[in-house]
Design a protein around this ligand. Structure first.
Ligand SMILES: [Zn+2]
Length: 138
């Protein structure tokens, strides 16, 4: 389902995210395809098209996340909510070590796995961005 998102709302989400994917943190200028507006809680789960339920996601993260809101923790096999860009702080759930996004929490773990944040080619790309100062390490 695709709901119309006004240009003003779209702009607000993009500016709040500083043009970075709110899951993998890559800047829109460093991806081939434009970033997309993601419903954090998808519309088919009742998520609304309002600023607190929207985030900026690269096309890859958005494709893998799809309408999911939780996943099975690979360590405990329990259902765990995905990282929530509005309710959670990125640094509480992830850290970057040598180009790899390491999860720090169960929420981080399910998000890293479901969104395939550490594919080999993604890690290579991330390392190049880090070396050139184009990836946020703070
Ligand atoms: Zn991303």
């Amino acid at each position: 389902m695709t709901t119309y998102i006004s240009e003003a709302l779209r702009r607000q989400v993009i500016e709040r995210a500083k043009e970075r994917c709110e899951y993998c943190r890559v800047h829109e200028d460093d991806r081939l395809f434009a970033h997309e507006i993601d419903h954090i809680y998808a519309e088919n789960h009742g998520g609304e098209t309002q600023v607190d339920n929207l985030c900026l996601a690269c096309s890859e993260c958005n494709r893998f996340k799809s309408s999911d809101i939780c996943s099975l923790d690979p360590l405990t096999n329990e259902i765990v909510a995905l990282y929530h860009p509005r309710a959670d702080q990125w640094k509480d759930h992830f850290r970057v070590l040598e180009g790899i996004i390491e999860p720090l929490t169960p929420n981080g773990r399910v998000t890293v796995r479901l969104l395939y944040l550490n594919k080999p080619e993604t890690i290579d790309r991330r390392r190049l961005l880090i070396e050139s100062g184009r990836y946020p390490m703070d």
